[in-house]
Design a protein around this ligand. Structure first.
Ligand code: NAD
Length: 472
């Protein structure tokens, strides 16, 4: 089948490359000329594991091409996918649908023969109706079906997610369109993922409900983590104890600095807006949004605690900037408010990220970048693990400790074990682990807290640890 993919970002490029790998002929269109020029030179504008090889191979097989002009691509297509961005609209939290509607107008001009126009972008309920209205108003003669086919891939594992999805959601009641959609996804039938056909509005809402639920799960475990810190429990064990229950499942139960990224923040906001507009507020998601916002800012407080109450004048080294590992995507990353708060508190920030520093340079100011984690740690008063890239999981901790001005680690992803870190001479603060706090568990929280050592001085920090375990 012939596909025109309008928008060649994270979703459009991955979807286009995967569809072409299935054997379809795909033209990926983007209005960003620099992006298309790079793609034509064989350079990927984004980092996504495995994508470079997949794109190169399908370009070589002449099944995948790139361009800025959608005209001929749309004219020849059996299916035109809209995979443009739907960011938060400035000021009101609603999804900005201007890119989707603009694409619909451009597509309408070029339709010829029966064409399925598929919205892959995440769009609020009713957007498909408006896309159809735009197209029919411009081209009353066109034979067209407008379908919702939300995408569930995750950056960092996008190819595998696209090729081995848990399910495919198709929102339409048009039999001809259903046949086209089945044919497009037929190569997946070996893995037998369910292809769920439902109403268009239902499909649109399914995507938001799924993302809001996952964001809620993360926020739930984050609040349990806060309680763990207060009562002397370990959130890692709580999460495991919960997650092994099949009714709950272990995914998205990792406590951390709050969710970020290109989807959850904007999609939870947009869902809340839609719900309010229809007088059916989803209060649980509204709470998730506000708890998560507060949490992202509160992480700087954790760093300040580890530094003895203030970061003023402290050199803080950040490992990881992207919102999660295996992507270069900085959109709404928790590192952004963390850095803003640290800088506002008077800290000097240096950072290292394996893939995110180019994007970070465009949005963050006043920070130093290091070439690797060890260079990042040199002279630091605190080191903060912000994103759990694999390369941060097995650091040479002795080298890190010896490079730092004070051996203080704030691990916002619980990558390391509190006991081990202490034995290595670190003041170590993690998330949801009292044991990972800087003081021993008090018997009487009130009196014991009075007697707690201040963690900021490296003498205090190293002193008792050294006494416990000799430095290697
Ligand atoms: P993106 O910003 O990476 O890519 C969007 C692309 O569309 C840009 O390159 C932009 O130049 C292009 N574009 C905009 N208007 C255009 C037009 N009229 N013609 C041609 N190109 C146009 O965004 P993304 O991360 O790929 O997300 C796209 C959609 O998919 C969003 O609605 C998002 O919510 C949804 N989604 C994203 C993910 C993800 O992990 N990124 C996962 C599932 C769903």
């Amino acid at each position: 089948m012939r596909i025109a993919m309008i928008g060649s970002g994270y979703v459009g490029l991955v979807s286009g490359a995967c569809f072409s790998d299935f054997g379809h002929e795909v033209a990926c269109i983007d209005k960003d000329e620099a992006k298309v020029a790079a793609l034509k030179r064989g350079e990927l504008p984004i980092y996504e594991p495995g994508l470079e090889g997949l794109v190169a191979e399908n370009v070589r097989q002449k099944r995948l091409s790139f361009g800025t002009d959608l005209r001929s691509a749309v004219r020849q297509a059996d299916a035109v996918f809209i995979a443009v961005g739907t960011p938060t609209r400035r000021g009101d939290g609603e999804a900005d649908l201007s890119y989707v509607y603009q694409a619909a107008r451009e597509i309408a001009e070029e339709l010829s023969g029966f064409t399925v126009v598929v919205t892959k972008s995440t769009v609020p309920v009713g957007t498909g109706d408006e896309v159809e209205r735009i197209i029919r108003a411009a081209r009353p003669d066109a034979r067209v079906a407008v379908v919702s086919n939300p995408e569930f891939l995750r950056e960092g594992a996008a190819i595998d997610d696209f090729k081995r999805p848990d399910r495919i959601v198709v929102g339409t009641d048009d039999p001809e369109a259903i046949a086209v959609m089945r044919e497009l996804y037929r190569p997946l039938s070996l893995n037998q993922p369910p292809l769920l056909v439902m109403g268009r509005r239902t499909a649109e809402l399914t995507k938001y409900a799924a993302n809001a639920f996952l964001a809620t799960k993360i926020t739930f475990i984050n609040e349990i983590a806060d309680l763990c810190e207060k009562v002397g429990a370990d959130v890692q064990d709580v999460a495991r104890g919960m997650g092994l229950d099949n009714r709950i499942g272990s995914k998205f139960l990792h406590a951390g600095p709050g969710f970020g990224g290109s989807c959850f923040p904007k999609d939870t906001l947009a869902l809340c807006k839609t719900a309010r507009q229809h007088d059916a507020p989803i209060r649980i998601v509204e709470t998730v949004v506000s708890v998560n916002e507060e949490r992202k800012r509160a992480m700087a407080g954790k760093v300040a605690t580890a530094c003895g109450g203030s970061v003023r004048g402290k050199r803080v080294a950040l490992l990881g900037l992207t919102f999660k590992p295996n992507t270069d995507d900085m959109r709404d990353a928790p590192s952004i408010p963390l850095i803003a708060e640290l800088q506002a508190g008077g800290a000097l920030v240096r950072a290292f990220d394996p893939q995110g520093m180019d994007s970070a340079r465009q949005i963050l100011t006043g920070i130093d970048y290091a070439d690797d984690p060890y260079a990042c740690a040199v002279g630091a008063d605190a080191l903060v693990i912000v994103t759990e890239w694999d390369m941060f999981r097995a650091l040479d901790l002795n080298r890190i400790r010896d490079a730092m001005a004070a051996p203080v680690v704030v691990d916002l992803r619980n990558v390391y074990r509190p006991a081990e870190m202490r034995h290595r001479g670190f003041v170590y603060l993690s998330v949801g682990q009292f044991d990972g706090g800087i003081a021993p568990v008090p018997r009487d929280p009130v009196r014991a807290s009075d007697a707690r050592p201040r963690p900021n001085s490296s003498v205090t920090a190293r002193g008792p640890e050294k006494a416990l375990v000799p430095q290697p």
